[in-house]
Design a protein around this ligand. Structure first.
Ligand code: UDX
Length: 428
């Protein structure tokens, strides 16, 4: 099939490259010319494991990029909306970019004769496809549903593992208002060995939010248990390792620590809270998931102050800036509130992250960044580990250069702390 993908972030670019790998012809559409040029040159505009190989293989052949909506819509049968859905100031979803993309698609669709299916892949709150995207497309195309198709096909891609997750999905969900549109979208995934769950658009939208919100709930549950265990001298990892053996629970996403970050969990849980309130329901549990998560960074700083008192003038090393390992993405990273608190308390902060230094410089220009853990640790009065980078697992001699060998671990990453350091775990 001929596909156009609107938006070249990690979901759009990965989906485009993987659809090309499945044998489809794909046109990426973006307003950012630099991204368009990169994709056409076979260079990924974002880092994702395996993406470079796919872009090199398909760019200029099955895969191209343009800023021209008309040519993209004319030369494709299906368009995926993969644009961002950020939070607004109250934490509710901001559908502005989705509406703009829908309007542009509609404007081009007006000039097209043949049948065309529009698929929402962006994470949108329930009812968005039917009550926001569809009316905008009908208005701009001057056509009615039936003359074109619409569907909702959420993604379940982890940043850093997005290519793997696209090509090895544990579920494919297609929500549509009519069988024809749903059949066309489901057929795009024929190359993957996974049956397609067919439903309506709002159910597909809700499946995505519940999936992310449940994962975030597991993490906040593990953190709440961890905070209790900490006070009782119990290692929550020992607890969760046994609890996770229950087949109804499973071992994953029960790692207590400094909390969840990223461009999805915080945003999606808050958006679902906002949607629930909009329909008059007060989501107590979802609100507590956010509350527990927002409390974890402060616990890191509290443990530090319990150990060394005032932070005024103290040298504190922060190891890990990205919201998780294997990415340079710092969005909602738990190290951001930690660094802010440290600076507010008058500490001198040094930082190291294997990939995210440059991104964090845009937020905190006044702290010192280093290109190795050892350099960041030199002369430090304490160290906070904030991201689960594999290289932090083997830190040992590097702590020798610290002024005071106090290490507060927010990620249970230092599995064998050396005997001559004072080691403190946030929840263990
Ligand atoms: C998540 C979902 O996993 C993915 O399915 C969805 O499509 C997008 O959101 P991502 O945000 O890339 O993916 O990262 P993920 O690997 O899920 O981790 C999210 C955050 O939770 C990270 O900050 C990580 O450090 C934290 N985390 C994860 C924990 O604190 N404990 C855990 O047990 C697991």
């Amino acid at each position: 099939m001929k596909i156009s993908v609107i938006g070249t972030g990690y979901v759009g670019t990965v989906s485009a490259a993987c659809f090309a790998e499945l044998g489809h012809d794909v046109i990426c559409v973006d307003i950012d010319k630099s991204k368009i040029d990169l994709i056409n040159a076979g260079i990924p505009p974002i880092y994702e494991e395996g993406l470079q190989e796919l872009l090199k293989k398909h760019a200029g052949k099955r895969l191209s990029a343009t800023s021209d909506y008309d040519s993209a819509i004319m030369n494709s049968d299906v368009s995926f909306i993969c644009v961002g859905t950020p939070s607004d100031s109250e934490g509710n979803i901001d559908l502005g970019i989705v509406k703009a993309a829908s309007a542009s698609i509609g404007d081009s669709l007006r000039k097209k004769k043949g049948y065309h299916v529009i698929v929402v892949k962006s994470t949108v709150v329930p009812e968005t496809t039917e009550k926001v995207v569809l009316p905008v497309i009908e208005k701009h195309s001057e056509k009615h549903l039936g003359e074109f198709g619409i569907a909702m096909n959420p993604e379940f891609l982890r940043e850093g593992k997005a290519v793997h997750d696209f090509m090895h999905p544990d579920k494919i969900v297609v929500g549509s208002m009519d069988k024809k549109s749903g059949d066309i979208v489901a057929a795009l995934y024929n190359g993957l060995k996974r049956e397609v769950t067919r439903t309506n658009p709002r159910t597909a939208e809700m499946i995505k939010y519940v999936n992310n919100s449940f994962l975030a709930t597991k993490i906040s549950f593990a953190n709440e248990v961890g905070n209790i265990c900490k006070e009782l001298g119990i290692d929550t990892y020992e607890v969760m390792s046994a609890v996770g053996k229950d087949f109804r629970i499973g071992p994953h996403f029960l790692n207590a620590g400094a909390g969840f970050g990223g461009s999805c969990f915080p945003k999606d849980v808050k958006a679902l809270i906002g949607k629930a309130k909009e329909i008059g329901y007060e989501p107590q549990l979802l609100k507590s998931v956010i509350a527990v998560n927002e409390g974890q960074p402060a616990r890191m700083v509290m443990l530090l102050k319990n150990k060394i008192g005032s932070l005024e003038g103290k040298n504190i090393a922060v190891l890990g800036l990205a919201f998780k390992n294997d990415t340079d993405d710092i969005r909602e990273s738990r190290s951001i509130p930690v660094i802010k608190d440290l600076l507010d308390e008058g500490a001198v902060v040094s930082a190291y992250d294997p990939m995210a230094n440059e991104n964090m410089k845009k937020l905190f220009g006044g702290i010192r960044y280093y290109s190795s853990a050892a350099d960041a640790l030199r002369g430090a009065d304490a160290c906070l580990i904030m991201t689960e980078w594999d290289e932090f697992k083997s830190l040992d001699k590097e702590f020798d250069v610290m002024e005071n060998r106090l290490v507060i671990d927010g990620r249970h990453i230092l599995v064998k702390p050396g005997k001559d350091i004072e080691y403190v775990g946030i929840c263990w």
